[in-house]
Design a protein around this ligand. Structure first.
Ligand code: C2O
Ligand code: CU
Ligand code: CU
Length: 449
């Protein structure tokens, strides 16, 4: 769906839906009956108006992940709740200088996020380039995972899976199991990839093809970088340029170790308690054959990136992500899936409380945040509205400006980011994008005034 005259207007309806997944009838949840939901295409300066209607039995809401838009009122407000049978009118106004790139939308009602995203509620948002990137074609790939039981219903999730972050047994690309794509040799394709899995990290590899990284989360790199592998934690996006060579190439996700509980429990726990799996999973096949295409035009350089290290830092904050035994669940609101958790998922020692402001920032300032992880598992940290520039990753300086809106903080390590709170007063959230952790309390509030 594309905007016209600067406005994109649409209805989105969440509902339980029977669809085919990998040749099986499955009960999932969808936006407008499809998995993923419709792809929204807009330009900087556009307005998106969504009438969202909730046909689920649980409350929900809508979040536009990564978009730099107001968190207030009927904008990207994560505190809203749309009850079963209710509707809400959203309006998201993109600034004229909004970075182009691949973004996405998903529900964000605390306590239900992992269940609803795992069930199928997500879709892509594309913000158009300032200057087109020449490519034979563009492919949007929303990667997700889910587990079905014998009757095609979503499998129940146990406490251990919630603690580790659930990983679905089947990995889908646009709702399909291992789709086959075709191209001619010598073509350039642009792949816009979204990691919409609730917890699964993707380590993407495409053997036998030339791959360049064009964009990470938002904007684009000034010059595409040759790459053989990219890591996407939940919520991350990448855009890749694939220059095709004759043959059959598989896109796989290689195993990722994102820590586990074993270290924490002194090795005392039995069974599968480390996340990630240990085998590569095939996502799709690209078949390249036929007559050689004409050599594509070179990719024009993108604009230089703003380097926040050149700007004064007005304040510093530390956020510590921790998991502890004997978690209280007082903050959980009843039906949330984390109700009887035995772990506490905290930031600076506290579980999420929508009524409390955890971090206050001044509009118009640049801040340095140190994200520390005192737990034995990685946490992918996400801040709404304002993107982060990673300046120190695991003790090492990051030499070039690197913008992301989800940043992985490895187990027992720290990462430093700079954030420019240039505009948009209002309150919103930061959280772990392992959505089970978020639902169990690993989320805090930030207010820009
Ligand atoms: Cu993609 Cu607050 O989330
Ligand atoms: Cu988000
Ligand atoms: Cu986490």
């Amino acid at each position: 769906l594309s905007s016209s005259d600067g406005v994109l207007e649409l209805d989105l309806e969440t509902a339980s839906t029977r669809i085919q997944v990998g040749g099986r009838e499955a009960s999932v949840q969808t936006f407008n009956g499809s998995l993923p939901g419709p792809t929204l295409r807009v330009a900087p300066g556009d307005t998106i108006r969504v009438t969202m209607t909730n046909r689920l039995e649980a409350p929900t809401n809508l979040h536009v992940h990564g978009l730099h838009v107001s968190p207030e009122g009927n904008g990207d407000n994560p505190f809203l709740s749309i009850g079963p049978g209710k509707s809400f009118d959203y309006e998201f106004i993109l600034p004229e200088d909004h970075p182009p790139g691949t973004y996405w939308y998903h529900p964000h009602r605390h306590g239900y996020v992992a269940d609803q995203v795992a069930a199928g509620l997500y879709g892509a948002i594309l913000v158009e380039d300032l200057e087109p990137v020449p490519a034979a074609r563009e492919r949007v790939m929303v990667v997700s995972d889910l587990s079905l039981d014998g009757s095609g219903n979503l499998a129940e999730v146990n406490q251990m899976q919630q603690m580790m972050g659930r990983e679905g047994e089947v990995v889908l690309v646009n709702g399909q199991v291992r789709p086959r794509l075709t191209a001619a040799p010598g073509e350039r394709e642009r792949w816009r990839i979204v990691n919409a899995c609730p917890s699964r990290y993707l380590r993407l590899q495409l053997e036998g093809q030339r791959v360049q990284l064009l964009s990470r989360d938002l904007g684009r790199l000034p010059v595409p970088e040759e790459t053989t592998e990219v890591l996407l934690t939940p919520g991350n996006r990448v855009e890749l340029l694939v220059e095709t060579t004759e043959g059959s190439a598989k896109l796989v996700t290689a195993p990722v170790s994102r820590g586990g509980m074993d270290a924490m429990m002194g090795g005392a726990m039995m069974g599968d308690n480390s996340a990630g799996g240990d085998e590569a999973i095939e996502l799709l096949t690209l078949e390249v054959s036929g007559d050689r295409a004409q050599t594509p035009n070179p990719v024009p350089a993108g604009p230089a990136l703003r380097d926040l290290r050149q700007e004064p830092v007005a304040a510093r904050h530390t956020l510590d992500f921790a998991m502890g035994m004997g978690g209280g669940s007082a903050m959980m609101d009843g039906a949330g899936s984390g109700e009887n958790t035995m772990m506490a998922f905290t930031i600076n020692g506290r579980e999420f409380d929508a009524a409390r402001t955890d971090t206050a920032v001044a509009v118009g300032t640049v801040q340095e945040w140190t994200l520390t992880n005192s737990s034995p598992m990685d946490h992918p940290v996400h801040l709404h509205v304002w993107p982060m520039q990673v300046i120190e990753d695991d003790g090492r300086d990051v030499p070039e400006p690197r913008w992301q809106d989800v940043v992985n903080v490895p187990a027992r390590r720290q990462v430093k980011v700079l954030i420019a709170f240039d505009d948009f007063p209002g309150r919103t959230v930061y959280h772990c994008h392992i959505l089970d952790h978020e639902d169990q309390g690993m989320m805090g509030t930030v207010e820009a005034r």
